[in-house]
Design a binder for this molecule. Structure first.
Ligand SMILES: NC(=O)c1ccc[n+]([C@@H]2O[C@H](COP(=O)([O-])OP(=O)(O)OC[C@H]3O[C@@H](n4cnc5c(N)ncnc54)[C@H](OP(=O)(O)O)[C@@H]3O)[C@@H](O)[C@H]2O)c1
Length: 306
């Protein structure tokens, strides 16, 4: 089975590529793609013996039509059984300080990048009446989080797009799966922290910058530390049947459920407000308690590419 994964230079994509290439039953040949092959060393090292056998590399930038076409044309008969859309970028901060160009670049990668891949691969899957399209979305594609406005919007857009497409694709025996991780310890987190450190947030008023830097950021770091999974917690266990939605961290299920419990939306908006602005220290204690009580054993839920 040929699996193509985008964004394999680090994080979730890298681990998915390695796990599938090292599948005990040797079911997969993985084409691990990245936009710059100079970043291949970590993947090659992690793949070990699988590199050159069940794992090969290809250049692919999801933001350019030519790169996507060239990569898919380079595959024998353009035959991809499983497409894993993993490449993505984050963006946090007060909306006033983010230019429209920066916002567009998030959508260019997280939304149009995925659509570009799907448009290139899906017609052949439909013709063959078989295939699996996986999209690494986020829990923020189901529930917005303060100061992640643009990133969450890009993932919400993806969720809406895929919800529509999944129904049509069923008719062609093509499966669609969304993976919705909560926080995961990858370069994503460090890039975000580095990016925030370098920024001055022009255009945002002092109160907003203060809430972002001194209320949101510490609580975000806290959440990463307490609830953060590793890429291995998410990555792939073979054999279970494919589901459309896959919240990889079960601790987020009640948070997502909150918005459906009250159709006015008030419950989740006010709950998030209180959690951030009024209950910061209590939330810290509860998260530690939750981590202790579950011994980390509820933290992983696996996703199958089948
Ligand atoms: N980490 C989290 O907390 C978290 C939570 C929920 C969802 N996610 C989602 O998980 C996915 C993977 O993120 P990660 O956590 O593994 O972060 P990561 O370590 O930063 O990996 C992101 C990958 O995407 C690649 N990429 C970025 N722009 C690209 C482009 N235009 N074309 C091709 N590849 C590109 C990066 O490649 P370069 O090396 O070239 O930059 C990198 O390999 C993303 O879609 C992200 O939104 C992450």
């Amino acid at each position: 089975m040929l699996v193509l994964i985008t964004g394999c230079s680090s994080g979730i994509g890298l681990r998915m590529a390695v796990m599938l290439a090292k599948d005990e039953k040797q079911r997969y040949h993985v084409i691990a793609t990245m936009r710059d092959l100079k970043r291949k060393d970590k993947l090659v090292e992690a793949a070990g013996d699988a590199y050159g056998k069940s794992l090969s590399l290809a250049v692919l930038d999801v933001c350019t039509d030519e790169s996507v076409k060239q990569c898919i044309n380079g595959i024998k008969d353009r035959h991809v059984d499983v497409l894993i859309n993993n490449a993505g970028i984050g963006l946090v901060g007060p909306v006033e300080s983010i230019s429209i160009a920066e916002m567009k670049s998030v959508f260019e990668t997280n939304f149009f990048g995925v659509i570009r891949m799907i448009k290139e691969v899906m017609p052949d899957m439909k013709k063959r009446r078989g295939g699996h399209i996986v999209v690494v979305s986020s829990v923020m594609g189901l529930q917005g989080v303060v100061f992640n406005d643009v990133y969450a919007a890009s993932k919400f857009a993806m969720e809406g797009f895929c919800e529509c497409l999944a129904v049509q694709l069923l008719k062609f025996n093509v499966t669609m799966s969304m993976i919705e991780p909560g926080p995961v310890h990858t370069e994503f987190e460090s890039k975000m922290i580095q990016d925030v450190r370098q920024k001055e947030f022009p255009g945002a008023d002092a109160d907003t910058v203060n809430y972002f830097k001194n209320v949101y950021l510490p609580s975000s770091v806290d959440i990463f530390e307490t609830l953060g999974q590793t890429p291995d917690d998410i990555v792939i266990e073979q054999g279970s049947s494919a589901r459309f939605r896959n919240l990889t961290n079960p601790l987020y299920t009640p948070i997502v459920a909150l918005k459906y419990a009250d159709e006015t939306g008030g419950l989740s908006v006010h709950a998030f407000y209180h959690m951030l602005f009024n209950l910061g220290p209590l939330m810290h204690v509860s998260m530690k308690a939750m981590q202790y009580l579950t011994c980390g054993c509820l933290r992983s839920r696996t996703v199958s590419p089948n």
